[in-house]
Write a protein that binds this ligand. Structure first.
Ligand code: 6R9
Length: 652
């Protein structure tokens, strides 16, 4: 693809005129942000209300052995007070959260800032009564219901650290996170309705809790009424307790560097990492990026379709929008229920102005045809966004033309759980977009493209290599929960002096950035991060599996699919039943998002003489591109590769 020859889409005059940031202000502000970061972020720090104002701005060192990241370190604030209390006087009766339930036949809820305050305080008081205090960890395993937002904000209010586990994760994954964070309590719901089907969340939590300390409590929110078992002395009925709880609760005074949340995410090896974000810098960055990237204006209705179980839900459903006093829509359901018009029906119903979703959802909906879109009035839309994975130009064009009617800028926001907020994106009123490009760094972000092996910075344009970031920004993660050494090793050791993103990238001849995908063993399935090592260890935990190697392969809807090479124990026979059994096994071990798409029986895996699996070769075979296997001279048993090619499963 010739990137510079690609058609560009400049902002309309009206957009450039009305936007918070236009081309001229972008250049000026960007220059200021990188030439005087302290001055720039001192000013941006005023976006939040401080109980005790900060005097220090940035204190960061990327030197191995001494990595520390502090922002506004002597400031004190409360995140929940910033997202709720400070709006009460000016917008107490404005809707803070629009809740759209799974079924369109059920009624949507409009929760005002006053109601958000009362409900968050009830939850906060309930947690305090159950013995939860500052610094304690609270696991949230909840559907997309308003109580999920109340629980996040309630934790922030009393200084507890929340860790949300996506409701699609299995009991085992939940138990690992309860234990890993040494949580005092799990907040869950009886059932999670999604796409017309109910997942028994409480039953999953019951199973998980069998593997946890018996002091861990369980607070159960009623969603469907489909409650089954109850453990006296461990389980607490949220609705009963909330009915009695006070509607005010004094916010705890928190230091800017006190943890706000832990969010587990996949890495390239072994166990998921508990990414830690703190209060002050995170909130400044989430609020600023929410306002500027989406060009959010007072009175707009904003909708991010993510789940609060992912970082996107943290920063861009709850914290960023609410810090800005926005109206944020929370959707419980799925894009295709009751049919593929649901997203667009919801946009029409609530007159959504900014709409933010994942390319995988767009590709799936695009495949269902335009009639589903045409049934809805989408004239309220002003800005569209994507996140989670690179968007292919075809889906981009469909989004632009069919959804946006050619008049809505598309912000292709590149960022990570680790970064807290957007690091690169075109801005709606400032940049001419190129389909598939993350375009420009956000304020204060200094990207560099490095040659992967020599770590040399590639200075001219165009350039292609690994993407690193020089210097810090306030929303950056601070550590891995309980393992600062792993934090240093993962992000600061391969390319000393930089934050290493794990992504590959190219900068085109115009100096615009394109993300090319992960360069490590992390795959991106429907916009969700998945460590191939996690799937491998789930597979080998099965009694009939001797060895497994997992790679990603191009998938039309999901972006990447999960391709597994499995070597069975001696004496075990491959069969379709066993294939199904292994697929279900991985689903129960990790969760449905980790379901293998293809399982190939491998009599052996290609290894080097020192026993290392040559994943590069496995990736090529999975991509059906085995003509270009590259150097195979270090293979211990070359015949293995011939068999794998012969029996490959993804034939084009
Ligand atoms: C926010 C989020 C992070 C990884 C990241 C990259 C990929 C995210 C992208 C994108 C291309 C975009 N990614 N946004 N790739 N264009 N606009 O997704 O966080 O779940 O931690 O995933 O997702 O590979 O490194 P997370």
């Amino acid at each position: 693809m010739s990137d510079t020859a690609a058609k560009t889409y400049p902002p309309s005059d009206a957009m450039a005129k009305g936007a918070h940031v236009n081309a001229e202000t972008y250049t000026r502000m960007y220059e200021a942000s990188v030439s005087d970061p302290d001055g720039f972020w001192r000013e941006q720090g005023e976006r939040v209300d401080w109980i005790k104002p900060f005097t220090q701005v940035k204190d960061v060192d990327y030197t191995l052995g001494n990595v520390h990241i502090n922002w506004y370190a002597d400031g004190e604030l409360n995140v929940s007070a910033n997202c709720i209390d400070r709006h009460l006087e000016t917008r107490g009766d404005q809707t803070a959260i629009i809740w759209e339930p799974d079924s369109p036949d059920d009624e949507a809820k409009h929760i005002t800032y006053k109601e958000l305050h009362a409900n968050t305080c009830k939850m906060a008081n309930t947690l305090r009564d159950l013995g939860v205090g500052k610094g304690d960890r609270v696991i949230l395993y909840l559907p997309m219901i308003p109580e999920a937002a109340y629980a996040m904000l309630a934790c922030a209010r009393i200084g507890a650290i929340h860790s949300i586990v996506f409701a699609g994760f299995s009991p085992d994954a939940l138990a690992a996170r309860i234990n890993g964070s040494e949580a005092k309590i799990v907040i869950t719901a009886d059932e999670a309705p999604r796409g017309g089907r109910n997942t028994a969340l409480k039953t999953n939590a019951d199973q998980a809790l069998l593997h946890c300390k018996d002091t861990v409590k369980c607070l159960v929110v009623k969603r469907t009424g489909g409650q089954t078992t109850w453990v006296e002395g461990r389980d607490y009925d949220y609705n009963a307790l909330a009915a009695e709880a006070a509607t005010t609760c004094e916010p705890e005074v928190m230091n800017a560097e006190d943890p706000l949340f832990i969010l587990y995410t996949s890495g390239s090896t072994g166990q998921p990492k508990g990414v830690v974000h703190t209060t002050g810098g995170y909130l400044v960055y989430a609020a600023m990026t929410h306002e500027i990237s989406f060009d959010y204006h007072d009175g707009d209705v904003y909708w991010c379709t993510a789940d609060v179980g992912w970082v996107t839900g943290h920063s861009y459903i709850v914290y960023g929008p609410l810090a800005n006093g926005a109206t944020t829509l929370m959707f419980e359901g799925v894009p295709t229920y009751p049919d593929a018009s649901r997203f667009w029906q919801v946009c029409e119903k609530h007159k959504v102005n900014q709409f933010y979703t994942a390319p995988t959802a767009l590709r799936a909906l695009m495949g269902k045809g335009d009639d589903f879109v045409k049934s809805a009035d989408l004239s309220s839309l002003k800005v569209l966004g994507t996140v989670g994975e690179p968007i292919n130009p075809e889906a981009w064009k469909w989004y632009n033309e069919v959804i946006g009617g050619g008049r809505c800028p598309i912000v292709d926001t590149w960022w990570q759980t680790e970064t807290g907020g957007h690091l690169m994106t075109p801005l709606p009123g400032a940049h001419a977009m190129k389909p598939g490009a993350a375009m420009k760094p956000f304020f204060g972000i200094k990207p560099v493209v490095l040659e992967p092996t020599s770590a040399e910075e590639l200075k001219g344009d165009p350039a292609e290599g690994v993407l690193c970031i020089t210097d810090s920004w306030p929303g950056q993660m601070r550590t891995i929960w309980g393992d600062h050494e792993r934090f240093e090793k993962t992000y600061f050791s391969d390319y000393p002096g930089y934050y290493f993103t794990g992504d590959g990238c190219k900068r085109d001849a115009d100096g615009d950035y394109w993300i090319t995908g992960r360069v490590d063993d992390v795959i991106n399935v429907s916009g969700h991060r998945m460590g191939t090592a996690e799937v491998e260890s789930a597979l080998v935990a099965h009694g009939k599996v001797a060895e497994a190697a997992v790679v990603g392969y191009p998938h039309d809807i999901k972006g990447q699919g999960i391709y597994c090479y499995v070597t069975l124990m001696g004496g075990e026979e491959p069969s379709e039943e066993l294939r199904l059994e292994l697929r279900n096994w991985v689903r129960t071990e990790i969760g449905p998002i980790a379901s293998p798409d293809l399982i190939q029986w491998a009599p052996g895996l290609p290894k080097t003489r020192s026993g290392k699996i040559m994943r590069r070769i496995l990736r090529k075979i999975a991509e059906d591109d085995f003509g270009a296997l590259g150097d195979t001279s270090t293979l211990a048993e070359p015949a293995v590769v011939d068999d794998l090619i012969e029996n490959r499963m993804n034939r084009k």
